[in-house]
Design a protein around this ligand. Structure first.
Ligand code: PEP
Length: 244
């Protein structure tokens, strides 16, 4: 199981250092069966890496560019992340797709470059409310997942897909366990990826029912990952389920 916290545009370096400084102690006793990732904003990556050095928690970026260097104002390369000691990156998050023109193609290119360079990748997919209501969920997931599958045809454990229905992100509205299970099974039928995470308003109160689904291999957590206690509570639920 993999539990990843996406901090979005929250936490300055000092706050990241405080969070990451207390995280390993708070995670004491969480089984080996759970991998834990935090994804701070770019300016807090270094503080997080330093606080978690030699600790079993990986630091991911929230995005990464597909070229190794170049005239790409506002972008960050794989090499820049690796120089800091960052272990992976989220790509294709719906907020990137919604507000910054991310496409299936650019998300896939980011995933490919990061994967080939040895970074971990969490590649996000998911339908909007309009798409779900129009009965287009499977068509949208097929399009998004196939773009990643073409770019990374032989994924290993370094690449995870996150199913994040856009209507469930930051809205407090969570997919039912059945919706998550059905979407994850569909994604798995398209792509031989090891881990499929669910994302969308995961909280300590609903983590168990979601993580208990057979095709749900972890969670990408936004809001609830900003508080160390709620994030750790989700990690503990994952640990308990992966032991049972
Ligand atoms: C996310 O942004 O990846 C996410 C799942 O956010 P939240 O948990 O706040 O819905």
């Amino acid at each position: 199981m993999l539990i990843a916290g996406n901090w979005k545009m929250f936490k300055r370096p000092g706050e990241a250092a405080d969070f990451c400084g207390s995280l390993p102690g708070e995670l004491e006793g969480v089984a080996d069966g759970v991998s834990v990732v935090v994804a701070p904003p770019f300016t807090s990556l270094q503080a997080a890496v330093e606080a978690l050095r030699a600790r079993p928690v990986a630091v991911y970026a929230q995005n990464v560019h597909w070229d190794r260097e170049g005239a790409y104002t506002g972008e960050i390369s794989v090499d820049m992340l690796q120089t800091l000691g960052v272990a992976g990156a989220i790509v294709g998050h719906s907020e990137r797709r919604q507000y910054f023109g991310e496409t299936d193609e650019t998300a896939a290119r980011r995933a490919q470059t990061a994967f080939e360079a040895g970074l971990g990748v969490i590649a996000c997919v998911g339908e909007t409310l309009e798409e779900r209501e129009a009965g287009e969920t499977e068509a949208v997931l097929r399009r998004q997942v196939e773009a990643i599958a073409v770019a990374v045809p032989e994924p290993d454990t370094a690449l995870a897909v996150a199913y994040e229905p856009v209507w469930a992100i930051g809205t407090g509205r969570t997919a039912t366990p059945e919706i998550a299970q059905e979407a994850h099974a569909f994604i798995r039928s398209l792509y031989a990826v090891d881990q499929i995470l669910y994302g969308g308003s995961v909280k300590p109160e609903n983590a168990e029912e979601l993580l208990a689904q057979a095709h749900v291999d972890g969670a990408l957590v936004g809001g609830a990952s900003l508080d160390v206690h709620s994030f750790v509570a989700i990690c503990r639920t994952a640990a308990r389920l992966s032991r049972s």
